[in-house]
Design a protein around this ligand. Structure first.
Ligand code: HEM
Length: 151
């Protein structure tokens, strides 16, 4: 029994489910009407995205170094690196939506008649959809690497 490994695994799961919830919430919200209150909510939810993603990196790295299997189990495993690549791609795909949410929220606060430009909304929907899709690959890679696939 290893309490450190257990605690790290619990925190990792709670954080990744939170991130899934955030991506899901953004996915749904950008498909509805976008009054100022919703834009504010989107910007607020998205702020948590950055915090949760940072914590996932910290806890994930702790799992690599302080987990039961030892770092050698992961660093020579290509499925682990595929999982890291997918996580980085999701992060990169989130940059444009984050910038838009901040900008829309700022414009809606200063201009009550602001409405989100259709072209910007269409591109944000595409980015969030792509994020959600690539995100789904991460638990697939995680389950495979945890079971020793990838050498
Ligand atoms: C820097 C980012 C990350 C690192 C370094 C990392 C690292 C790890 C490590 C070391 C394990 C333990 C695997 C084992 O038991 O041998 C693990 C498990 C897991 N990770 Fe991550 N992870 C990261 C991000 C994510 C993300 C974003 C997700 C989102 C779905 C995720 C989902 C999982 C799942 C579901 C497991 C459990 C796999 C299983 O036991 O079947 N991880 N991760």
């Amino acid at each position: 029994m290893d309490t450190t490994d257990l605690v790290l695994a619990i925190l990792h799961h709670l954080l990744v489910f939170s991130l899934a919830g955030i991506i899901g919430a953004e996915f749904v919200l950008v498909r509805g009407d976008l009054p100022a209150a919703t834009l504010k909510r989107l910007a607020g939810i998205d702020r948590h995205y950055g915090i949760i993603a940072t914590l996932i990196v910290i806890i994930g790295i702790c799992r690599v170094f302080f987990g039961l299997k030892g770092w050698e189990f992961y660093v020579y495993n290509w499925v682990f690196w595929a999982k890291m690549a997918a996580f980085i791609i999701v992060g990169l795909l989130s940059i444009v939506p984050t910038m838009r949410f901040i900008s829309w929220n700022r414009q809606a606060s200063s201009n009550p008649s602001f409405s989100v430009p259709a072209a910007e909304l269409a591109s944000v929907k595409t980015y969030v959809r792509a994020e959600g899709f690539i995100f789904l690959l991460i638990p697939v890679f995680a389950a495979a690497m945890a079971r020793g696939y990838g050498y």
